[in-house]
Design a protein around this ligand. Structure first.
Ligand SMILES: [Mn+2]
Length: 169
């Protein structure tokens, strides 16, 4: 199964529209790791919803209007202010916006999860620790690095492919 990973969209609608177009026809599930920011970001994700992509999102530290996000984006993307434990293709996922690195490592080495999907640091990461692969798709907004990135996880191959585009600063 191919799962789209996106994080830290930070209201960059033009860039996120391009990233979402890349996802179209490639993924069955989308995971958003938080810092969506405004409820009006919903329109970016409607094309995926229309294609039948099941979407899950965890809210981040910069997601201020939590009730608005839940109300407006909620009908097309399942949202939680905390974390998700999900299962796809018999693989166990922990989805968080952020946790201290020591806690990420404790969870990874507990071997409870096949994947920990996280955001927040605006940096790509793809690292296997014990049986757990820790993935950060990087920043979809591109505001810190000038490069907007997303990732596709193939659960069958246990492989992660990044897609990047430059962002005007
Ligand atoms: Mn962020």
């Amino acid at each position: 199964m191919k799962i789209g990973l996106i994080s830290d969209t930070h209201d960059n609608i033009p860039t996120c529209n391009k990233l979402v177009s890349y996802f179209l026809d490639k993924i069955e599930v989308l995971i958003h790791c938080g810092d969506i920011i405004s409820p009006f970001m919903k329109r970016v994700f409607v094309p995926l919803y229309d294609k039948g992509v099941k979407m899950y999102g965890v809210l981040g530290n910069n997601d201020g209007e939590k009730s608005g996000l839940m109300e407006i984006l909620g009908p097309i993307m399942e949202l939680t202010p905390d974390f998700y434990e999900l299962e796809f293709d018999t693989k166990h996922f922990l989805v968080v916006h952020h946790l201290p690195e020591s806690l990420i490592q404790s969870i990874a080495t507990s071997n409870k999860f096949d994947y920990i999907i996280k955001g927040h640091l605006h940096e790509k990461r793809n690292e296997k620790m014990g049986k757990t692969r820790i993935i950060n798709p990087g920043e979809a907004c591109g505001y810190l690095s000038g490069i907007a990135s997303i990732a596709i996880l193939d659960t069958e191959l246990d492989s992660v492919t990044y897609f990047e585009i430059p962002v005007e600063m």
